[in-house]
Design a protein around this ligand. Sequence first.
Ligand code: AMP
Length: 348
Amino acid sequence: MTKVNLGIIGGGQLGSLLAISAKKLNIKTTIFCDDFNAPAKNYCDNFIFGDYKDIKIIESFVNKVDIVTYEFENIPFETLNKINSKKKVFPKPEVNKIIQNRLYEKNFINELDIKTTNYKFINNKSEIIESKNLIPGLLKTCTLGYDGKGQYKLNSIKDINDLEIDFNKEYILEKFIDLKKEISVIITRFKKDNYEIYEPIENIHEDQILRTSKIPAEIDIKLKDKSKKWAVHISEKLDYIGTMCVEFFIDKKDNLYVNEIAPRVHNSGHLTINTHNISQFENHLRAVCGLEKLTTQKLFNAVMHNLIGDDILKYKDKKAKDNEFFFDYKKKDIKPKRKMGHVTKIIK
Ligand code: AMP
């Protein structure tokens, strides 16, 4: 069989870890990224630098690859659609269109009778004033927000006068939840009713950035089952191909809510590289490249710590213990709040 050349849009740590995993499966990778110094440049077979809207670059990318996937959701829908008319894109572009907009995403989830936080579309200041029932709440941009970017915490209605909110953008106002825990469920769907699912992962955030992920999640078995059932339902309704992640909130009364869906491999699933016989990355590659689905099994429990900003310096020259696995994303510059690497500690 000729070697598959997989195109990956985006060259961050997720693209890097996909490219590393591809080597084991004998899949060639071509990464298309708008950052000349993208970390994944260190691991892929071919690298194409350019703007995600540049028709010429898109064409040269399409001509090099057999199948296309992506490592982040904020890719122009037109670009994905254009690529999909020539080479298959997985997950399909329509999935991305829903998920890259918080309003469409929440509407879609609620139509499935799956609970999210209460929310309302917001276009101007007076609409916030009319939505007092959602305060304390979080005002989030409908598009392009991540790791707490594009979010405003409103503790009381007075806060809108102190914050400089750019109303040229569209928002949702979301009721603030008194959180007990946050979990995520990672699932890889191969075709109808055919998937591999990982057990729920418990996540701890600081300043809205993921800090720590661990398995097993210390939650009730009923919540474990319910979160997995919802993740399966969402992936079936999206007719999803590949790995996706559903992030959940659990409140102090043990109510479960979907926070958001990531149509890609996910940071909380990095531990699967060391805890499972098949990682979220390998499963994604198997699903999008049409390879065999193998039964995914857990080998160990583990805790994964993200190394944010300067944290990485402590690990660069440190000898890892035999249960520690350190990954350096090889980002050119260290910046505060920037994910620079991670370390997974296996619990034997
Ligand atoms: P997001 O970018 O929407 O995933 O938010 C990042 C993090 O902010 C979440 O993982 C939570 O820790 C926190 N957060 C976001 N929305 C809410 C909410 N409605 N209530 C409580 N915490 C939230």
